[in-house]
Design a protein around this ligand. Structure first.
Ligand code: FE2
Length: 526
Protein backbone atom coordinates (compact mmCIF):
# COMPACT_ATOMS: atom_id res chain seq x y z
CA UNK A 1 0.00 0.00 0.00
CA UNK A 2 2.82 2.42 0.71
CA UNK A 3 4.01 1.94 -2.88
CA UNK A 4 0.58 2.75 -4.18
CA UNK A 5 0.47 5.82 -2.01
CA UNK A 6 3.90 6.92 -3.20
CA UNK A 7 3.07 6.31 -6.83
CA UNK A 8 -0.39 7.78 -6.94
CA UNK A 9 -0.81 10.38 -4.25
CA UNK A 10 0.93 13.17 -6.14
CA UNK A 11 1.48 11.88 -9.68
CA UNK A 12 4.44 14.15 -10.36
CA UNK A 13 6.35 13.86 -13.65
CA UNK A 14 8.38 10.87 -12.41
CA UNK A 15 5.20 9.06 -11.37
CA UNK A 16 3.63 9.84 -14.72
CA UNK A 17 6.60 8.34 -16.56
CA UNK A 18 6.30 5.18 -14.48
CA UNK A 19 2.58 5.02 -15.17
CA UNK A 20 3.16 5.51 -18.89
CA UNK A 21 5.65 2.63 -18.96
CA UNK A 22 3.22 0.39 -17.07
CA UNK A 23 0.43 1.22 -19.51
CA UNK A 24 2.38 0.50 -22.68
CA UNK A 25 1.58 -3.18 -23.16
CA UNK A 26 -2.13 -3.06 -22.48
CA UNK A 27 -3.00 0.11 -24.36
CA UNK A 28 -0.50 -0.14 -27.23
CA UNK A 29 -3.06 -1.36 -29.80
CA UNK A 30 -5.35 1.64 -29.19
CA UNK A 31 -4.84 4.75 -31.34
CA UNK A 32 -4.53 7.00 -28.27
CA UNK A 33 -1.65 9.43 -27.89
CA UNK A 34 1.12 8.11 -25.64
CA UNK A 35 0.79 11.29 -23.60
CA UNK A 36 -2.93 10.64 -23.00
CA UNK A 37 -2.28 8.99 -19.67
CA UNK A 38 -5.83 9.49 -18.41
CA UNK A 39 -7.63 7.74 -21.29
CA UNK A 40 -5.02 4.95 -21.31
CA UNK A 41 -5.20 4.43 -17.54
CA UNK A 42 -9.00 4.40 -17.50
CA UNK A 43 -9.13 1.92 -20.37
CA UNK A 44 -6.67 -0.41 -18.63
CA UNK A 45 -8.60 -0.18 -15.40
CA UNK A 46 -11.97 -0.88 -17.04
CA UNK A 47 -10.57 -3.77 -19.08
CA UNK A 48 -9.06 -5.37 -15.99
CA UNK A 49 -12.29 -4.99 -14.00
CA UNK A 50 -14.37 -6.43 -16.85
CA UNK A 51 -12.09 -9.41 -17.41
CA UNK A 52 -11.83 -10.26 -13.70
CA UNK A 53 -15.51 -9.70 -12.94
CA UNK A 54 -17.28 -12.56 -11.16
CA UNK A 55 -20.98 -12.40 -12.05
CA UNK A 56 -23.13 -11.26 -9.13
CA UNK A 57 -26.30 -13.27 -8.64
CA UNK A 58 -29.29 -13.45 -6.29
CA UNK A 59 -27.43 -15.34 -3.50
CA UNK A 60 -25.00 -12.39 -3.35
CA UNK A 61 -27.86 -10.27 -2.02
CA UNK A 62 -27.20 -10.76 1.69
CA UNK A 63 -29.54 -10.34 4.63
CA UNK A 64 -29.33 -6.88 6.20
CA UNK A 65 -26.70 -6.68 8.92
CA UNK A 66 -27.16 -3.41 10.73
CA UNK A 67 -29.18 -0.22 11.10
CA UNK A 68 -27.57 3.13 11.80
CA UNK A 69 -25.78 6.17 10.47
CA UNK A 70 -23.61 5.54 7.42
CA UNK A 71 -20.22 7.06 6.67
CA UNK A 72 -20.49 9.36 3.62
CA UNK A 73 -18.32 11.02 0.98
CA UNK A 74 -19.31 14.40 -0.55
CA UNK A 75 -19.68 14.37 -4.34
CA UNK A 76 -21.27 17.81 -4.70
CA UNK A 77 -20.91 19.43 -1.26
CA UNK A 78 -24.31 20.28 0.20
CA UNK A 79 -26.13 18.53 -2.64
CA UNK A 80 -24.93 14.94 -3.11
CA UNK A 81 -23.21 12.67 -0.63
CA UNK A 82 -22.73 8.95 -1.08
CA UNK A 83 -22.34 6.12 1.41
CA UNK A 84 -19.56 3.97 -0.06
CA UNK A 85 -19.85 0.80 2.01
CA UNK A 86 -22.52 -1.61 0.84
CA UNK A 87 -24.00 -4.02 3.30
CA UNK A 88 -21.46 -6.69 4.17
CA UNK A 89 -18.75 -5.65 1.71
CA UNK A 90 -15.76 -3.35 1.54
CA UNK A 91 -16.28 -1.78 -1.84
CA UNK A 92 -13.42 0.63 -1.99
CA UNK A 93 -10.15 0.24 -0.19
CA UNK A 94 -8.20 3.27 0.95
CA UNK A 95 -5.58 2.64 -1.75
CA UNK A 96 -8.24 2.27 -4.41
CA UNK A 97 -9.89 5.53 -3.41
CA UNK A 98 -6.58 7.38 -3.45
CA UNK A 99 -5.82 6.00 -6.90
CA UNK A 100 -9.23 7.04 -8.27
CA UNK A 101 -8.81 10.53 -6.85
CA UNK A 102 -5.27 10.75 -8.26
CA UNK A 103 -6.21 9.68 -11.79
CA UNK A 104 -8.41 12.72 -12.29
CA UNK A 105 -5.40 14.94 -11.61
CA UNK A 106 -3.65 13.59 -14.73
CA UNK A 107 -3.02 16.15 -17.49
CA UNK A 108 -6.15 17.24 -19.38
CA UNK A 109 -5.27 16.37 -22.96
CA UNK A 110 -7.77 17.47 -25.61
CA UNK A 111 -7.07 15.16 -28.56
CA UNK A 112 -8.94 16.45 -31.62
CA UNK A 113 -7.84 13.72 -34.04
CA UNK A 114 -10.65 12.21 -36.08
CA UNK A 115 -10.99 8.68 -37.42
CA UNK A 116 -9.62 8.38 -40.97
CA UNK A 117 -12.91 6.70 -41.90
CA UNK A 118 -15.92 5.07 -40.32
CA UNK A 119 -14.51 1.69 -41.41
CA UNK A 120 -11.32 2.36 -39.48
CA UNK A 121 -13.32 3.29 -36.40
CA UNK A 122 -15.48 0.18 -36.62
CA UNK A 123 -12.43 -2.03 -37.15
CA UNK A 124 -10.73 -0.64 -34.03
CA UNK A 125 -13.89 -0.99 -31.98
CA UNK A 126 -14.41 -4.57 -33.15
CA UNK A 127 -10.82 -5.58 -32.44
CA UNK A 128 -10.19 -3.89 -29.10
CA UNK A 129 -13.36 -2.58 -27.46
CA UNK A 130 -16.46 -4.53 -28.44
CA UNK A 131 -15.70 -7.64 -26.37
CA UNK A 132 -15.80 -5.48 -23.22
CA UNK A 133 -19.26 -4.05 -23.98
CA UNK A 134 -22.67 -5.35 -22.94
CA UNK A 135 -24.61 -6.77 -25.88
CA UNK A 136 -26.84 -4.09 -27.49
CA UNK A 137 -30.49 -4.75 -26.60
CA UNK A 138 -31.61 -3.50 -30.04
CA UNK A 139 -29.79 -3.42 -33.37
CA UNK A 140 -30.57 -0.01 -34.85
CA UNK A 141 -30.44 0.05 -38.64
CA UNK A 142 -29.15 3.07 -40.54
CA UNK A 143 -28.26 5.01 -37.38
CA UNK A 144 -28.06 8.45 -38.99
CA UNK A 145 -31.40 8.39 -40.83
CA UNK A 146 -34.35 10.70 -40.09
CA UNK A 147 -36.47 7.63 -39.36
CA UNK A 148 -34.02 6.39 -36.74
CA UNK A 149 -33.92 9.78 -35.05
CA UNK A 150 -37.71 9.67 -34.79
CA UNK A 151 -37.57 6.21 -33.24
CA UNK A 152 -34.98 7.43 -30.72
CA UNK A 153 -37.55 10.04 -29.67
CA UNK A 154 -40.55 7.70 -29.41
CA UNK A 155 -39.01 4.49 -28.13
CA UNK A 156 -35.28 5.06 -27.63
CA UNK A 157 -33.00 7.16 -25.44
CA UNK A 158 -35.17 10.30 -25.66
CA UNK A 159 -38.58 8.64 -25.18
CA UNK A 160 -38.93 9.79 -21.56
CA UNK A 161 -38.25 13.45 -22.48
CA UNK A 162 -40.65 13.57 -25.45
CA UNK A 163 -43.23 16.30 -24.89
CA UNK A 164 -46.26 17.82 -26.62
CA UNK A 165 -45.30 20.67 -28.93
CA UNK A 166 -46.24 24.12 -27.71
CA UNK A 167 -48.45 26.63 -29.47
CA UNK A 168 -45.46 28.20 -31.26
CA UNK A 169 -44.39 24.92 -32.86
CA UNK A 170 -46.50 25.23 -36.03
CA UNK A 171 -47.45 21.89 -37.54
CA UNK A 172 -45.41 19.92 -35.00
CA UNK A 173 -47.24 17.72 -32.49
CA UNK A 174 -44.27 16.56 -30.43
CA UNK A 175 -40.84 17.86 -29.47
CA UNK A 176 -37.69 16.81 -27.67
CA UNK A 177 -36.35 20.19 -26.63
CA UNK A 178 -32.82 20.38 -25.27
CA UNK A 179 -32.06 23.69 -26.94
CA UNK A 180 -31.44 25.30 -23.52
CA UNK A 181 -28.27 23.23 -23.24
CA UNK A 182 -26.49 25.51 -25.74
CA UNK A 183 -26.11 27.92 -22.82
CA UNK A 184 -23.79 25.49 -21.06
CA UNK A 185 -20.16 26.64 -21.44
CA UNK A 186 -17.85 24.43 -23.54
CA UNK A 187 -14.09 24.21 -24.00
CA UNK A 188 -12.42 25.80 -27.06
CA UNK A 189 -12.79 23.87 -30.32
CA UNK A 190 -16.21 22.48 -29.45
CA UNK A 191 -19.66 23.64 -30.51
CA UNK A 192 -22.12 24.14 -27.63
CA UNK A 193 -24.55 21.23 -27.50
CA UNK A 194 -28.27 21.93 -27.47
CA UNK A 195 -31.01 21.28 -30.00
CA UNK A 196 -34.76 20.83 -30.35
CA UNK A 197 -36.31 18.23 -32.67
CA UNK A 198 -39.89 18.65 -33.94
CA UNK A 199 -42.13 15.74 -34.96
CA UNK A 200 -45.47 15.52 -36.76
CA UNK A 201 -48.46 13.66 -35.31
CA UNK A 202 -47.41 10.59 -37.34
CA UNK A 203 -43.89 10.75 -35.77
CA UNK A 204 -42.20 12.13 -38.90
CA UNK A 205 -39.17 14.30 -38.12
CA UNK A 206 -40.04 17.81 -39.38
CA UNK A 207 -37.11 20.05 -38.40
CA UNK A 208 -34.34 20.68 -35.88
CA UNK A 209 -33.32 23.89 -34.15
CA UNK A 210 -29.69 24.17 -33.02
CA UNK A 211 -28.91 26.63 -30.28
CA UNK A 212 -25.20 27.23 -30.97
CA UNK A 213 -26.00 29.03 -34.25
CA UNK A 214 -29.63 29.92 -33.51
CA UNK A 215 -30.82 28.22 -36.71
CA UNK A 216 -33.80 26.07 -37.73
CA UNK A 217 -33.10 23.42 -40.36
CA UNK A 218 -35.32 21.14 -42.40
CA UNK A 219 -34.66 17.71 -43.93
CA UNK A 220 -32.30 17.76 -46.88
CA UNK A 221 -31.15 21.36 -46.36
CA UNK A 222 -27.65 22.61 -45.67
CA UNK A 223 -26.05 21.11 -42.54
CA UNK A 224 -29.09 18.87 -41.91
CA UNK A 225 -26.87 15.92 -40.95
CA UNK A 226 -24.90 18.18 -38.61
CA UNK A 227 -28.12 19.34 -36.90
CA UNK A 228 -29.20 15.75 -36.35
CA UNK A 229 -25.76 14.90 -34.91
CA UNK A 230 -26.10 17.87 -32.54
CA UNK A 231 -29.49 16.64 -31.32
CA UNK A 232 -28.32 13.04 -30.83
CA UNK A 233 -25.26 14.17 -28.86
CA UNK A 234 -27.32 16.58 -26.74
CA UNK A 235 -29.74 13.77 -25.90
CA UNK A 236 -26.90 11.45 -24.93
CA UNK A 237 -25.25 14.07 -22.69
CA UNK A 238 -28.46 15.16 -20.95
CA UNK A 239 -29.82 11.67 -20.36
CA UNK A 240 -26.50 10.32 -19.12
CA UNK A 241 -25.37 13.17 -16.87
CA UNK A 242 -28.70 14.59 -15.63
CA UNK A 243 -31.15 11.65 -15.73
CA UNK A 244 -28.90 8.64 -15.26
CA UNK A 245 -26.18 9.99 -12.99
CA UNK A 246 -27.85 12.92 -11.17
CA UNK A 247 -31.47 11.84 -10.88
CA UNK A 248 -31.31 8.06 -10.69
CA UNK A 249 -27.91 7.20 -9.17
CA UNK A 250 -27.19 10.17 -6.93
CA UNK A 251 -30.71 10.90 -5.71
CA UNK A 252 -33.30 8.13 -6.06
CA UNK A 253 -31.19 5.01 -5.51
CA UNK A 254 -28.69 6.58 -3.10
CA UNK A 255 -31.43 8.23 -1.05
CA UNK A 256 -33.51 5.06 -0.77
CA UNK A 257 -30.43 3.04 0.19
CA UNK A 258 -29.37 5.50 2.89
CA UNK A 259 -32.88 6.06 4.31
CA UNK A 260 -33.55 2.34 4.46
CA UNK A 261 -30.27 1.34 6.11
CA UNK A 262 -30.28 4.25 8.54
CA UNK A 263 -33.90 3.97 9.71
CA UNK A 264 -35.40 0.51 9.24
CA UNK A 265 -34.34 -2.29 11.61
CA UNK A 266 -32.85 -5.36 9.95
CA UNK A 267 -35.89 -7.49 10.79
CA UNK A 268 -38.46 -4.98 9.57
CA UNK A 269 -40.63 -6.24 6.68
CA UNK A 270 -39.97 -3.09 4.61
CA UNK A 271 -36.20 -3.41 5.11
CA UNK A 272 -36.37 -6.98 3.82
CA UNK A 273 -38.57 -5.99 0.88
CA UNK A 274 -36.17 -3.27 -0.23
CA UNK A 275 -32.93 -5.20 0.33
CA UNK A 276 -32.61 -6.66 -3.22
CA UNK A 277 -33.56 -3.33 -4.81
CA UNK A 278 -30.79 -1.36 -3.06
CA UNK A 279 -28.12 -4.01 -3.68
CA UNK A 280 -24.74 -2.64 -4.76
CA UNK A 281 -25.79 1.02 -4.74
CA UNK A 282 -22.87 2.12 -2.56
CA UNK A 283 -20.27 0.46 -4.79
CA UNK A 284 -21.52 1.86 -8.06
CA UNK A 285 -22.15 5.34 -6.74
CA UNK A 286 -18.66 5.45 -5.24
CA UNK A 287 -17.18 4.64 -8.64
CA UNK A 288 -19.45 7.23 -10.27
CA UNK A 289 -18.66 9.81 -7.60
CA UNK A 290 -14.89 9.39 -7.82
CA UNK A 291 -14.39 8.57 -11.51
CA UNK A 292 -17.22 10.14 -13.47
CA UNK A 293 -18.63 13.19 -11.69
CA UNK A 294 -15.70 15.26 -10.33
CA UNK A 295 -13.66 17.98 -11.98
CA UNK A 296 -11.05 16.25 -14.15
CA UNK A 297 -13.17 13.09 -14.15
CA UNK A 298 -14.39 11.10 -17.12
CA UNK A 299 -17.58 13.13 -17.71
CA UNK A 300 -15.62 16.38 -17.73
CA UNK A 301 -13.20 14.97 -20.30
CA UNK A 302 -15.42 13.15 -22.74
CA UNK A 303 -18.13 15.81 -23.03
CA UNK A 304 -17.33 19.29 -24.37
CA UNK A 305 -18.42 21.23 -21.28
CA UNK A 306 -16.25 23.16 -18.90
CA UNK A 307 -16.66 21.78 -15.39
CA UNK A 308 -19.28 24.44 -14.69
CA UNK A 309 -21.29 22.96 -17.56
CA UNK A 310 -20.99 19.40 -16.20
CA UNK A 311 -21.96 20.58 -12.71
CA UNK A 312 -24.98 22.48 -14.07
CA UNK A 313 -26.25 19.36 -15.84
CA UNK A 314 -25.66 17.19 -12.78
CA UNK A 315 -27.39 19.70 -10.54
CA UNK A 316 -30.33 19.86 -12.93
CA UNK A 317 -30.66 16.06 -12.74
CA UNK A 318 -30.56 16.21 -8.94
CA UNK A 319 -33.15 18.99 -8.76
CA UNK A 320 -35.48 17.22 -11.26
CA UNK A 321 -35.29 13.88 -9.41
CA UNK A 322 -38.78 12.64 -8.59
CA UNK A 323 -40.65 9.68 -7.17
CA UNK A 324 -43.77 10.64 -9.13
CA UNK A 325 -45.52 7.41 -10.14
CA UNK A 326 -44.86 6.51 -13.78
CA UNK A 327 -48.60 6.44 -14.70
CA UNK A 328 -48.94 10.04 -13.45
CA UNK A 329 -45.95 11.11 -15.55
CA UNK A 330 -47.43 9.44 -18.62
CA UNK A 331 -50.92 10.89 -17.99
CA UNK A 332 -49.43 14.39 -17.76
CA UNK A 333 -47.91 13.96 -21.22
CA UNK A 334 -51.36 13.25 -22.68
CA UNK A 335 -50.06 10.91 -25.39
CA UNK A 336 -52.93 8.39 -25.23
CA UNK A 337 -53.77 9.01 -28.88
CA UNK A 338 -50.41 7.55 -29.90
CA UNK A 339 -51.23 4.07 -28.61
CA UNK A 340 -48.36 1.71 -29.35
CA UNK A 341 -46.74 4.36 -31.54
CA UNK A 342 -45.30 5.37 -28.18
CA UNK A 343 -44.07 1.96 -26.97
CA UNK A 344 -42.25 3.57 -24.04
CA UNK A 345 -45.65 4.09 -22.38
CA UNK A 346 -47.17 0.78 -23.45
CA UNK A 347 -44.42 -1.39 -22.00
CA UNK A 348 -43.52 0.93 -19.14
CA UNK A 349 -47.07 1.16 -17.78
CA UNK A 350 -47.37 -2.62 -17.74
CA UNK A 351 -44.05 -3.02 -15.95
CA UNK A 352 -45.02 -0.37 -13.41
CA UNK A 353 -48.41 -2.01 -12.75
CA UNK A 354 -46.69 -5.33 -12.00
CA UNK A 355 -44.20 -3.68 -9.60
CA UNK A 356 -47.00 -1.82 -7.79
CA UNK A 357 -49.16 -4.93 -7.49
CA UNK A 358 -46.23 -6.79 -5.91
CA UNK A 359 -45.69 -3.94 -3.41
CA UNK A 360 -49.42 -3.81 -2.64
CA UNK A 361 -49.70 -7.52 -1.86
CA UNK A 362 -46.57 -7.51 0.29
CA UNK A 363 -47.60 -4.44 2.31
CA UNK A 364 -51.12 -5.79 2.80
CA UNK A 365 -49.65 -9.05 4.12
CA UNK A 366 -47.52 -7.45 6.85
CA UNK A 367 -49.54 -4.32 7.60
CA UNK A 368 -53.30 -4.93 7.55
CA UNK A 369 -55.60 -1.99 8.39
CA UNK A 370 -53.21 0.91 7.68
CA UNK A 371 -50.89 -0.30 10.47
CA UNK A 372 -47.84 0.81 8.57
CA UNK A 373 -48.72 4.51 8.82
CA UNK A 374 -48.53 4.32 12.63
CA UNK A 375 -45.20 2.46 12.67
CA UNK A 376 -42.66 4.92 14.16
CA UNK A 377 -39.67 3.56 12.21
CA UNK A 378 -41.59 3.80 8.94
CA UNK A 379 -42.51 7.38 9.78
CA UNK A 380 -38.83 8.13 10.50
CA UNK A 381 -37.80 6.49 7.17
CA UNK A 382 -40.40 8.54 5.29
CA UNK A 383 -39.31 11.78 6.96
CA UNK A 384 -35.71 11.03 5.99
CA UNK A 385 -36.76 10.69 2.33
CA UNK A 386 -38.78 13.92 2.44
CA UNK A 387 -36.24 16.01 4.33
CA UNK A 388 -33.09 14.98 2.43
CA UNK A 389 -34.67 15.29 -1.02
CA UNK A 390 -37.85 17.41 -0.86
CA UNK A 391 -37.72 17.81 -4.64
CA UNK A 392 -38.80 14.18 -5.10
CA UNK A 393 -42.37 15.22 -4.33
CA UNK A 394 -43.33 13.01 -1.39
CA UNK A 395 -46.14 14.46 0.74
CA UNK A 396 -46.41 13.90 4.53
CA UNK A 397 -47.25 10.27 5.27
CA UNK A 398 -51.00 9.95 5.85
CA UNK A 399 -52.08 6.77 4.05
CA UNK A 400 -50.53 3.35 3.64
CA UNK A 401 -51.16 3.64 -0.09
CA UNK A 402 -48.45 6.31 -0.32
CA UNK A 403 -45.87 3.72 0.73
CA UNK A 404 -47.24 1.21 -1.77
CA UNK A 405 -46.97 3.82 -4.54
CA UNK A 406 -43.40 4.65 -3.55
CA UNK A 407 -42.26 1.01 -3.38
CA UNK A 408 -43.82 0.19 -6.76
CA UNK A 409 -42.28 3.27 -8.34
CA UNK A 410 -38.89 2.56 -6.78
CA UNK A 411 -38.73 -0.95 -8.26
CA UNK A 412 -39.78 0.52 -11.60
CA UNK A 413 -37.01 3.14 -11.36
CA UNK A 414 -34.27 0.77 -10.20
CA UNK A 415 -35.00 -1.84 -12.87
CA UNK A 416 -36.95 -0.29 -15.76
CA UNK A 417 -35.96 3.38 -15.82
CA UNK A 418 -32.34 2.42 -15.25
CA UNK A 419 -32.44 0.48 -18.53
CA UNK A 420 -34.09 3.45 -20.28
CA UNK A 421 -31.31 5.86 -19.32
CA UNK A 422 -28.38 3.44 -19.11
CA UNK A 423 -28.54 0.63 -21.70
CA UNK A 424 -26.21 2.50 -24.06
CA UNK A 425 -24.30 -0.12 -26.07
CA UNK A 426 -26.97 0.17 -28.73
CA UNK A 427 -26.04 3.85 -29.22
CA UNK A 428 -22.26 3.76 -28.85
CA UNK A 429 -20.83 0.91 -30.92
CA UNK A 430 -21.25 3.00 -34.07
CA UNK A 431 -19.48 6.36 -33.47
CA UNK A 432 -21.81 8.12 -35.93
CA UNK A 433 -24.88 7.32 -33.81
CA UNK A 434 -24.07 9.22 -30.62
CA UNK A 435 -20.96 10.85 -29.21
CA UNK A 436 -19.71 13.30 -26.62
CA UNK A 437 -18.17 16.39 -28.24
CA UNK A 438 -19.42 18.08 -31.41
CA UNK A 439 -16.80 19.75 -33.56
CA UNK A 440 -17.43 21.97 -36.63
CA UNK A 441 -18.15 20.05 -39.86
CA UNK A 442 -17.89 16.65 -38.17
CA UNK A 443 -20.66 14.12 -37.54
CA UNK A 444 -18.71 11.34 -35.88
CA UNK A 445 -17.18 10.90 -32.41
CA UNK A 446 -13.44 11.57 -32.48
CA UNK A 447 -10.92 8.88 -31.58
CA UNK A 448 -10.42 9.89 -27.95
CA UNK A 449 -14.15 10.31 -27.24
CA UNK A 450 -15.02 6.99 -28.87
CA UNK A 451 -12.54 5.15 -26.67
CA UNK A 452 -13.50 7.04 -23.50
CA UNK A 453 -17.22 6.43 -24.09
CA UNK A 454 -16.71 2.73 -24.65
CA UNK A 455 -14.42 2.57 -21.62
CA UNK A 456 -17.22 4.02 -19.51
CA UNK A 457 -19.84 1.81 -21.14
CA UNK A 458 -17.85 -1.36 -20.52
CA UNK A 459 -18.51 -0.96 -16.78
CA UNK A 460 -22.26 -1.16 -17.45
CA UNK A 461 -21.72 -4.69 -18.76
CA UNK A 462 -20.67 -6.12 -15.40
CA UNK A 463 -23.17 -8.92 -14.67
CA UNK A 464 -25.42 -7.97 -11.75
CA UNK A 465 -28.35 -9.75 -10.04
CA UNK A 466 -31.34 -9.87 -12.36
CA UNK A 467 -34.96 -8.89 -11.81
CA UNK A 468 -36.03 -12.38 -12.86
CA UNK A 469 -34.33 -14.26 -10.07
CA UNK A 470 -35.27 -15.68 -6.68
CA UNK A 471 -34.82 -13.32 -3.73
CA UNK A 472 -37.18 -15.06 -1.28
CA UNK A 473 -34.20 -15.80 0.98
CA UNK A 474 -34.34 -12.20 2.22
CA UNK A 475 -37.93 -12.47 3.50
CA UNK A 476 -38.65 -12.82 7.22
CA UNK A 477 -39.56 -16.17 8.76
CA UNK A 478 -42.87 -14.60 9.77
CA UNK A 479 -45.25 -15.05 6.81
CA UNK A 480 -42.37 -16.44 4.72
CA UNK A 481 -44.56 -18.82 2.71
CA UNK A 482 -47.17 -16.17 1.93
CA UNK A 483 -44.50 -13.61 1.02
CA UNK A 484 -42.82 -16.16 -1.24
CA UNK A 485 -46.10 -16.85 -3.01
CA UNK A 486 -46.53 -13.12 -3.58
CA UNK A 487 -43.02 -13.00 -5.01
CA UNK A 488 -43.76 -15.91 -7.34
CA UNK A 489 -46.87 -14.15 -8.64
CA UNK A 490 -44.67 -11.10 -9.27
CA UNK A 491 -42.22 -13.22 -11.25
CA UNK A 492 -44.98 -14.93 -13.24
CA UNK A 493 -46.43 -11.55 -14.20
CA UNK A 494 -42.98 -10.37 -15.31
CA UNK A 495 -42.53 -13.49 -17.43
CA UNK A 496 -45.89 -12.84 -19.08
CA UNK A 497 -44.90 -9.23 -19.74
CA UNK A 498 -41.79 -10.50 -21.54
CA UNK A 499 -43.95 -12.66 -23.80
CA UNK A 500 -46.34 -9.77 -24.44
CA UNK A 501 -43.46 -7.44 -25.36
CA UNK A 502 -42.13 -10.08 -27.77
CA UNK A 503 -45.56 -10.24 -29.42
CA UNK A 504 -45.88 -6.46 -29.67
CA UNK A 505 -42.37 -6.19 -31.09
CA UNK A 506 -43.38 -8.27 -34.10
CA UNK A 507 -45.62 -5.39 -35.20
CA UNK A 508 -43.37 -2.46 -34.27
CA UNK A 509 -41.18 -0.60 -36.77
CA UNK A 510 -38.26 -1.53 -34.53
CA UNK A 511 -38.32 -3.81 -31.48
CA UNK A 512 -38.27 -2.09 -28.09
CA UNK A 513 -36.69 -4.18 -25.35
CA UNK A 514 -35.96 -1.49 -22.74
CA UNK A 515 -38.55 -2.87 -20.30
CA UNK A 516 -38.17 -6.55 -21.21
CA UNK A 517 -37.97 -8.22 -17.77
CA UNK A 518 -35.42 -10.79 -18.96
CA UNK A 519 -32.92 -7.95 -19.53
CA UNK A 520 -33.48 -5.99 -16.32
CA UNK A 521 -31.34 -5.86 -13.17
CA UNK A 522 -32.84 -5.91 -9.68
CA UNK A 523 -31.08 -2.69 -8.60
CA UNK A 524 -29.06 0.32 -9.73
CA UNK A 525 -25.76 -1.50 -9.20
CA UNK A 526 -23.85 -0.62 -12.38
FE1 FE2 B 1 -26.31 3.10 -13.99
Amino acid sequence: MSRVLKLLKTLDSTDQKKLSAELSDETEPLPLRRSDLYARAMFRRAARISKAWVPRKAPDVALPLAMGDLEKIDVIPGLVSIAPLDEGSVVTSCANEIMLRALRSLPFLEDERQWASLDEAKRTIEQHLESLQPVPIVDWPDVTSDKTLSLVAFQGLAAHILESAGEHSGDAAYVVDLSWMSGLPVRPGNEPLGACAYFAADRTLLRIYTGHDDTMREPGGASWEHAKWHWRCAVFAYVTIANHLGHLHFVCSELMMQATRENLPTDHPLRRFLTPHIYGVGAVNTRAGLVLAPEGGLAHRLWPFTYDGVATLLTRGVSEATFEPFPDTMAAKGFEELGDQYPYATDGLELHAICKSYAQEYVDLYFPNEALVEDPVVRRWWRHLVEVAPQTGLAPLVRQQQVVELLGQFIFLASGYHAQVGADSQYLLDPTFMGGRVRPRSEIADIQTTIELLTLNSLTGLYQPKLLDDYTHVFLEEHHDEASQIFRRFQAALQQLGRDIDTRNEKRDLPMRTFHPSLLDIAVSK
